[in-house]
Design a protein around this ligand. Structure first.
Ligand code: HEC
Length: 295
């Protein structure tokens, strides 16, 4: 009895400790559970995206601010210089046009007139070497790639306004799906083609079993309706003829029109199926009706 009581106390104590432990661990557990859940991954993805976007915009603004400050200080310095020159009775220094200065700062190119300044003392039988910078066209191309990369990064990675490969692929799949659907909807007795694709024949067989077997028998041997496995046809035995008979039916003879019940692609599938059971010679088949159609 004592042992039992003791054990019992121990048990309650352990379970109490367990409870404390659990309460302490719970937030941690739920945190890890959350982190692995899809929703929070998406959340953190959008968060990073927003962060990247804001950082880009802020860096851009800071850059513009720096350029403006630099320009203003530069302009003030030039004005000051002009003033000093005027006061001292000197001529104000010649100022290049904005474009010339821009060009100069971007390319660092040395004009041909001044090439002597950058001539190295290498002289190989009269062939001399200039210490010139890369050609301007090359540098502008390089700057263009930087601008392109920045725009590309912003459009594709930061703001996500352009579709990535995966999204493009999905969009094309969607279009293809719609085109397929459209093509399937537009099949008629003139455009239908026989297919021996097992998938098509299986689909045709299922449609046949569900809708046609009652009158044409499971094996196509014929019952109320004619034998569909022989070479004799009342309404023609080409795939187009069969499609047409199924689509419009022969209501006055007991063959229903199926165009309201089956989609064109289903009629096409079951037409292919009927073509595929030709010559299977089921037992006790109905006697031939119509005219013989030779393949
Ligand atoms: C209610 C009974 C009935 C059902 C159901 C039925 N048929 Fe018929 N079917 C007939 C009859 C009767 C004819 C013969 C019409 C005639 O004599 O002109 C026929 C004719 C046809 C013909 C033309 C045969 C020929 O010799 O030209 C085809 C093909 C055909 N059926 C296919 C189908 C398909 C496919 C289905 C199922 C989607 C189907 N039928 C469902 C009764 C039926």
């Amino acid at each position: 009895m004592r042992i039992y009581k003791c054990n019992n106390m121990l048990l309650t104590r352990i379970s109490k400790q367990k409870k404390y432990l659990l309460t302490a661990l719970l937030p941690l557990l739920s945190l890890t559970a959350n982190a692995s859940s899809e929703a929070s991954i998406q959340d953190s993805e959008t968060f990073i995206q927003v962060l990247l976007g804001i950082t880009t915009v802020i860096s851009f603004l800071v850059l513009i601010a720096v350029v403006i400050v630099y320009k203003v200080v530069h302009l003030l310095l030039i004005k000051e210089e002009e003033k000093v020159a005027l006061a001292e009775g000197r001529e104000a220094p010649v100022r290049l046009s904005f474009w010339d200065r821009f060009n100069q700062s971007m390319t660092d190119a040395v004009p041909i007139e001044n090439e002597a300044e950058i001539l190295l003392d290498h002289d190989y039988d009269g062939i001399k070497e200039l210490d010139n910078h890369l050609p301007p066209w090359w540098k502008y191309l390089f700057y263009a790639t930087i601008v392109f990369a920045a725009v590309y990064l912003a459009l594709y990675q930061v703001f996500d306004v352009m579709p990535n490969q995966e999204q493009e692929y999905q969009a094309e799949l969607k279009i293809a799906e719609q085109q397929k659907l459209l093509a399937a909807m537009s099949i008629d007795e003139n455009s239908v083609e026989f297919s021996d694709d097992p998938e098509v024949l299986a689909s045709g067989a299922a449609i046949y079993a569900a809708n046609c077997a009652a009158c044409h028998r499971d094996d196509g041997g014929g019952g109320v309706g004619p034998n569909l496995t022989d070479d004799y046809w009342i309404h023609g035995g080409t795939i187009g003829d069969i499609f047409k008979t199924i689509k419009y039916g022969v209501p006055q003879k007991g063959m229903i029109s199926w165009q309201k019940k089956l989609t064109p692609s289903k009629i096409s599938d079951v037409s292919s199926y009927i073509k595929s059971i030709r010559g299977t010679n089921p037992e006790n088949a109905k006697e031939p009706q119509g005219v013989e159609v030779k393949e």
